[in-house]
Ligand binder design. Structure first.
Ligand code: 13P
Length: 255
């Protein structure tokens, strides 16, 4: 049985003060005591404040991205060791917004996954298709390519540290959620890919999160599906009541 993981991707929201206040609200709501693993990914500049506020609450931190070098002349980049130093255990890699707006490719995703694993960070690796790709029946081809490229050369043994997030690009921030059937179909495809590549045991331990307009109104249905092991939540993770409701509903759907 895979324990549910609910991660909040705060994107470009919340300065240090707002971060502290949101984490304090989540602690008051006992968000990390509901039976699911809880991770939040504030902007880099808010990580220290988040780490201080989270204390021993059980709320863990993720970076929203990472660079593959540890140090050097790379203006604007953040090293894996810096994320660890700021209190992160996790890092989101290959988010579709990075792929769309900042030139992220499967190859850079692969370098980042390797660097994160080497440093001891747990990567949450995002894959997903655009609306055009879905409408032209390319969904599994696109995701298969992202998996092949992103995970090229990663040994089976590393997958116990890896989480995959399926985020259909057309469902992100649009209020449109994949139906349970659409999501389950892709999650099963991803687990199948892991099984073919790295064996059934590996496929069974990897958590596959769904992301794209997850809200308290749709979380229970999605999280009950056999291959959905949690959520990567954007907008709703910025509101403490909504995020903790998603955690509560997900933790209940044990399977
Ligand atoms: P929304 O939940 O706002 O659609 O964002 C999803 C997402 O991109 C999480 O990484």
């Amino acid at each position: 049985m895979r324990k549910k993981l609910i991660a909040g991707n705060w994107k470009l929201f919340n300065n240090a003060y707002e971060t502290e206040s949101l984490i304090n609200k989540l602690i008051d709501l006992r968000a990390a005591e509901m039976g699911a693993d809880v991770v939040v990914a504030p902007p880099f500049t808010s990580l220290h404040a988040a780490h201080r506020a989270a204390g021993r609450s059980g709320i863990e931190l993720a970076g929203q991205d990472v660079f593959w070098e540890e140090k050097g002349a790379f203006t604007g980049e953040i090293a894996p060791g810096m994320l660890l130093d700021a209190g992160c255990k996790w890092v989101i890699i290959g988010h579709s917004e990075r792929r769309q707006y900042f030139g992220e490719t499967d190859e850079t995703v692969n370098r980042k996954i390797n660097a994160a694993l080497k440093a001891g960070l747990k990567p949450i690796v995002c894959v997903g298709e655009t609306l055009r790709e879905r409408e032209s029946d390319q969904t599994t081809a696109v995701i298969g390519k992202q998996l092949e490229g992103g995970f090229a050369g990663i040994a089976a043994g590393m997958f116990e540290k890896i989480t995959v997030a399926y985020e259909p690009v057309w469902a992100i921030g649009t209020g449109k959620t994949a139906t349970g059937r659409q999501a389950q179909e892709v999650h099963a495809f991803i687990r199948g890919w892991l099984g073919k590549k790295h064996g059934g045991a590996t496929a069974q331990i990897v958590r596959i999160l769904y992301g794209g307009s997850v809200k308290s109104s749709n979380a229970a249905e999605l999280m009950a599906l056999p291959d959905i092991d949690g959520a990567l939540v954007g907008g709703a993770s910025l509101i403490a009541d909504d995020f903790s409701a998603i955690i509560r509903l997900s933790a209940k759907t044990g399977k």
